[in-house]
Ligand binder design. Structure first.
Ligand code: FES
Ligand SMILES: [Fe+2]
Length: 352
């Protein structure tokens, strides 16, 4: 089924469809796992996601506006609530047959999660937990999003093999390529994905680390990444001055400790939304290290975009050609195993 390149979409899954704050500016039209949706917050504060097509004359509901009870179509004023039912049919009686498809939505930890598959199977306990988004005393996150023209799994691969850092991100978050190439790597398959910890002892801090962490000499640097299929990668990483016990106690005071959430939500098989949030421990929202680090990430993730889109272009020219996994790709392989497991579960269910 797969040549380790393009992966089909998984539909029975929770995806981040928007950051909570994105709904402040009105309805959003966004394609999530093949579905064209309007995502909005109605006057009562509830977030909702509906098919972006009015059942009356097919106009996009995202051209309408949120009202107290739901969203009002911009064309003839029909109002749909979060369950997709028409709750206002101006000048006429309500008709129970007027409705649009609704998607299950859970708003949690500043994220809008949407379930794109069989509604009966939407189990909220499967939503990835990232409590740090709400722990404002210790973490103040900056949020970002890029649209990337590539299959979503190329981003997961990118995050599961950090040897690209020394080449792609030299001027930002990378570091010395030779040191990146020989980083200690411990990777494991987890129930829902893959996890690895990487250490670069006594290594040269990259420019963004020096700027945000004020390091004067070498550092002991780690990156702990966990992939949760289909689209989430949780990152806990940082550096302490070399030889000061950072490896034994990564959470010790000082140094530079940060967390990121990365999410590749497929729009379709050839495009994904890259949601990312980042925070430096102990920094106010506008703290200098927080801002510097977020800016460095924004720049670095554009560097990734360049490579991932170039990769997609080449693969699209001949999707039948195989890609290679080398030794550093252990976590990449585990990640692909995890997504295949999800795809297989979905296929065997569909076949029942
Ligand atoms: S098309 Fe939506 S109300 Fe007519
Ligand atoms: Fe990268």
């Amino acid at each position: 089924m797969s040549n380790l390149a393009m992966e089909p979409l998984v539909r029975n899954a929770w995806y981040i469809a928007a950051w909570s704050h994105e709904l402040d500016d009105g309805p959003i039209a966004r394609q999530i796992a093949g579905e064209h949706m309007v995502i909005f917050r109605s006057g009562d504060g509830q977030a909702a996601a509906l098919e972006d097509r009015c059942c009356h004359r097919a106009v996009k509901l995202s051209l309408g506006k949120p009202v107290e009870k739901g969203i009002q179509c911009g064309y003839h004023g029909l109002v749909f609530d979060g369950s997709g039912a028409c709750v206002d049919n101006p000048g006429e009686q309500l008709n129970p047959s007027y409705n649009v498809r609704a998607f299950s939505v859970v708003e949690r930890q500043k994220m809008i999660w949407v379930w794109t598959g069989d509604a009966e199977q939407a189990d909220e306990s499967q939503i990835v937990d990232f409590p740090y988004h709400d722990l404002d005393e210790e973490w103040n996150f900056h949020f970002g999003r890029y649209e990337i023209a590539a299959n979503y799994m190329f981003m997961i691969d990118n995050l599961m093999d950090l040897t690209h850092l020394g080449y792609v991100h030299l001027s930002t978050i990378g570091g010395h390529p030779g040191e990146q190439d020989v980083a200690e790597l411990e990777a494991a398959r987890t129930e829902r994905g893959a996890k690895f910890v990487r250490w670069m002892m006594n290594s040269t801090p990259p420019p963004a680390f020096v700027a945000a962490g004020n390091f004067e000499g070498p550092v002991d640097r780690w990156g702990e990444f966990e992939y949760v299929a289909p689209g989430t990668v949780l990152q806990w990483a940082g550096s302490h001055d070399a030889g000061t016990g950072g490896r034994e106690d990564r959470n010790k005071p000082g140094g530079l400790v940060f967390r990121l959430l990365h999410q590749a939500t497929p729009a379709d098989e050839n495009n994904y939304h890259y949601f990312f949030s980042s925070a430096v421990r102990g920094q106010a929202p506008d703290g200098q290290a927080n801002t510097l680090f977020h800016e460095a990430n924004r720049e670095a993730f554009l560097e990734d975009k360049l490579f991932i889109e170039a990769q997609q272009e080449a693969v699209s020219e001949d999707p039948s050609r195989k890609l290679i996994l080398r030794e550093h790709d252990k976590a990449v392989a585990y990640g692909r195993q995890a997504i295949h497991q999800m795809q297989n579960a979905e296929m065997s269910q569909a076949a029942e």
